[in-house]
Design a protein around this ligand. Structure first.
Ligand SMILES: [Zn+2]
Length: 96
């Protein structure tokens, strides 16, 4: 099952409050389009509506691939180099 939750975030740059819809669990067998969005980081990126800087949101989520028999809790890990590569301004850590 794929499930979504909405979380409040605050822009580290300008302090603007916003919200992001996050996947607390991702089933790539039932929702194969999410695998691509996960691989390119799209699922985790939040863009500030005020200053338009982009951040990656890091939080634990359940990854489920029924075909490969994979069910695990993942926590995204991203290096400074990758942040720059994706044109991101930083990381926002989110706790459930
Ligand atoms: Zn901002």
């Amino acid at each position: 099952m794929t499930s979504l939750i909405s979380k409040e975030v605050i822009c580290p740059n300008c302090g603007t409050e916003g919200s992001i819809t996050l996947y607390s669990s991702i089933n790539v067998t039932l929702n194969p389009e999410l695998q691509k969005k996960m691989d390119n980081g799209e699922l985790f990126i939040w863009k500030c509506p005020n200053c338009e800087k982009k951040y990656i949101c890091i939080y634990p989520f359940i990854y489920h691939d029924m075909e490969k028999g994979i069910l695990q809790c993942l926590f995204l890990n991203i290096s400074e180099e990758r942040l720059k590569e994706f044109g991101l301004s930083g990381i926002i850590k989110i706790n459930w």
